[in-house]
Design a protein around this ligand. Structure first.
Ligand code: PGA
Length: 247
């Protein structure tokens, strides 16, 4: 059986107490297998969440960070601070960051480099809009991948996961079909194989995100190139999240 990865992305939801309640309820349901469960929580909840997750297989991560090490960047947060608070991974390039906060591929690349330097695992999010899907969506994804992963060595890929999240499927209830995702993932894999040694490329986890729910999650596990899912809305409710963990 392949190892599966389920990451929740809480976005701007949950206070420290709400995070702690959720994690307390989740811990007894964590898989004993090598399957991996993680939560990208708000900055304010990282410390308490990672304290509660210590000694368990639950990974706690952040949803964004600065590309700078430190300095006069009011309101920003550094990778070293995330590490210090207990984060193990960080989401980078989420479509909401790209769209609402105008993050460019080059900016995301700077963050990728910084996160890896600081020893954080990264989940690089890529995805096309509905309009781009009609045109040449592979070109869009290729540019996002190529720019963000510029200069990444084969060794560094051990700390990288890719989350393919078509923008049209995020928070819309319009889920991509497992076959559609498989097609994109196998193409991403081929791109990686042209760049890094086959074995290295084969091991980079490819996740799907966009309206994943308890009733559709299992359909993704059947596809050979889908190693995991990144779940937004459905990760906020303990009952639905446990259902997904048990899938
Ligand atoms: P969704 O969000 O599951 O609510 O569609 C996914 C995401 O934004 O990562």
């Amino acid at each position: 059986m392949k190892k599966k990865i389920i990451l929740g992305n809480w976005k701007m939801h949950k206070t420290i107490k709400e995070a702690a309640d959720f994690i307390g309820k989740l811990l007894p349901y964590l898989p004993k297998s090598s399957n991996q469960i993680g939560l990208a929580v708000p900055f304010t909840a990282i410390w308490e969440s990672s304290r509660l997750a210590t000694g368990t297989s639950l990974k706690i991560g952040a949803q964004n960070m600065s590309d700078a090490t430190e300095g006069a960047f009011t309101g920003e947060i550094a990778a070293s601070m995330l590490k210090d608070a207990g984060a193990q991974f960080v989401l980078l390039g989420h479509s909401e960051r790209r769209r609402i906060f105008h993050e460019t591929d080059a900016f995301i690349q700077a963050k990728v480099t910084r996160a890896l330097q600081e020893g954080l695992e990264i989940v690089l999010c890529i995805g096309e809009t509905q309009e781009e899907r009609r045109r040449d969506f592979r070109a869009v994804l290729q540019k996002q991948l190529q720019t963000a992963l510029q200069g990444i060595s084969a060794f560094q890929t051990k700390s990288i996961m890719i989350a393919y999240e078509p923008v049209w499927a995020i928070g819309t209830g319009k889920v991509a079909t497992p076959a559609e995702v498989q097609e994109v993932h196998s193409w991403i894999r081929e791109c990686f194989q042209k760049r890094w040694p086959q074995e290295t490329a084969r091991l980079i986890p490819l996740l799907y995100g966009g309206s994943v729910q308890p009733d559709n999650i299992s359909s993704f596990w059947k596809q050979p190139d889908i190693q995991g899912v990144l779940v937004g809305g459905a990760s906020l409710h303990i009952k639905t999240f446990i259902e997904m963990v048990q899938s």
